[in-house]
Structure formats: structure tokens, C-alpha cells
Ligand binder design. Sequence first.
Ligand SMILES: [Zn+2]
Length: 413
Amino acid sequence: MTGMADPRKAGEETTTRARLDRGRSALGPALELVHTGRAPTRAVLTAELGVTRATAGAVAAELEALGLIRVDARPAAASGSQGRPSHRLEVAEDGPVALAAQIHADGFRAALVGLGGRIVATTPGCETVDADPAKVLGTVVEAGAELLRATGRRCVGAGLAVPSAVAEPDGLALNPLHLAWPVGEPVRRIFVECVRAAGITGPAFAGNDVNLAALAEHRHGAGRGARDLLCVATGHRGVGGALVLDGRLHTGSSGLALEVGHLTVNPEGRPCHCGSRGCLDVEADPLALLVEAGLDPGPEVSLLQQATDLLRTRYDEPAVRRAAETLIDRLGLGLAGLVNILNPDRIILGGLHRTLLEADPDRLCAVVAERSLWGGQSGGVPILPCTLDHDSLVGAAELAWQPVLDDPLGTLG
Ligand SMILES: [Zn+2]
């Protein structure tokens, strides 16, 4: 045995190292569980990770040391719950943030978003979006950088939401139909340059606004727990869609999937910017509602705000009600087609579609049931309103948080 390590001791070392390795590989999954609200206590974390209590405790302590979560040693109130009380796990109140930026038809918004999808600070900007993406992206990034300076928070990276399909792998804004941007602008590269110019470190990403809204709703809002989640939403102008499958965005072979806005719902309808006619994009968006109700939209506030206000305050007027029902029927027709093709287990609606659903849920569900193969079976597909404020911004932040969620120690340690 001379020259060889004590086999018992070597075994112990192996066990310790194995536990550390297992602990490190569990850091990302553990952070994601706390981030998405699925592990409110250390006991739940232990069960969800399938590790020993000691490993879960070490993992939670490591995440706390990285400033990402807070372990509250005062046990959660055990009344009504089974088993013994356990330490509470929460996202750190003063932890790092991601810089999120959103461009829409009427301006922009910048925000700082912490773990848990929590918006720490936000600043809106209402303006005519410049035809040069570099100008408007420079403005929104500078607004975000100002928020970072004001709060003194550490920044993990930046994410951008745009009202356009973003073609992969180059990050090109391929159809910014409601902005004056030229087709095919390299928005991701421009955004990265603006982020660097503002002195912000960390990676920067860009994606379609409805895709990002769906991702955020899946992790923190109305889409939690859904396996095949379909999201349809209006922006300030136009209509977009997204599909989250098993927690991941389905974006197609080059990022261009789910252009649901260009489903035909009214064959004799108005011409669409895509070259077709009667698309959901122009038949069921905020401008369509205002026009249908016989109103002349004013420039004071965004079209989305005007259309939402109209439904919420004047729904008892016959002209407004008729206009809403027309849009609900068109939206229902579009959703019915998507149900046939995608077989989602949940549909969530955002923007003006959320307000239309709230105005008359029975009518919308009836149209979907009547016009789809499976929509009427066993109660049909649940159709729910999106629940997060600024879900596209929260989703943009998710892009920047993803490397941290994948490897907390590697990115922040
Ligand atoms: Zn179209």
C-alpha cells in the first residue's frame, strides 16, 4: 500500500468533490426555480432539485453569497402546510439588474429589471421614432444608463424588444412595419454598440416584442405551467404572436415563426403593409377599433391607450360595442385557425386583445369554439389575459438574465 493514498480518505475526497460539482451544476437550476417563484422555501428547492438537504443548503448559500437571492432563516409560517417549517428563499431586493429597452410605434421605454421579473425602475419616452435606428436606440440606452447611475445597481447585461421579426443569426429587423426604419437593419449590432458606448458591460441581446412578452408571461405571469403556450397580442400598432414550447420560445428556423398578424381574417378587408388584404394586423389592432367605432384618433396619447380607454369607459355605447364585437369576431377567427394548427394548452392575450377578452370573454370563446376543430371539446382551450405590466420589457431582461441563469458562478463569481 506504500505510496498510495488511504482509500477511505480518497473516497471521502471524491464524495466531497462530487458534492461540490453537483452543487455547482445545481446553481443554475436552483436560481431559475427561485427566479420563477417555484421554490419559495429551501424544502421545496431540495425536493425540486432532487438533492440532499445539505447540498440544497450549500447551493442556496452560494446564490446568496453572489448577491442573487436572500435566505430568510426565520422559517415560513407552517400553519396549514405539511411538514416542518423551512427557510424562505427570495430574490435579493438590492441584487443586480438587467437593462431592458423597448421600442414601439409611439416611442420607447427603458427599465431596470431584477430577478423574478421585478421592474426596479422605468422611464417612458413618447416621441416619433426616428427613421435611423441608431438614434432611437442611442436615446433609449442612454435613458437606461441614467437609471443605472441613479440606482447604483450592478448590471448583468441588456435586452431590447422591437416591434419587428428579428432574423437569426444576424439580428436583423426584417419587418418593422409600424416604424419608419429601413427593412433589414442590424438592430442587435446597433444595440450592442449603443450599450458599449454607454459604458455598460455584459452581453446585449435583441428580440421580437411579442416573443419576449410570451417568454416573460411563461416565467412570471399568465403562462406559468403551460406546456404549449400561444400568445397573441397587439402592440401600439399591429398584431404579433409567439409560441413557448416546454419553456422555450419556438422561433422557427431563422427567427421568423409565428407571424400571426398576417393571417387573413377578413378576405375583403383593408390592404395590409405585407401586400395582402384583411390581415389580423390591420383588422384587429388599436387603430382598427378606433376606426370601426367611427372615431378619429388623436395624437395626444398612444393608439393603444386610446383604444383601451374607449373599451373601458364607453363600452355601453352601441357604436363602441359593435366595433368591439367586430374585432372580437375577427380575433376569434384568427385564434381558431391557430388552435387547429398548433394545439396549444393555453392561449394568453396581450395589449388591446387582453381588453377585448375582458370586455366579452364569452363571445370570444364561443367564436373560437365554433370555428376550430378542437376548440369546443372538453371546455375548449383556456384563453387568459396577460398579467404582467410591461411584459415585453421583462422578456427583454430575461434575455440578459439567461447567461446568469445558465451559470451563476461563471458569470458573476
Ligand atoms: Zn398582412
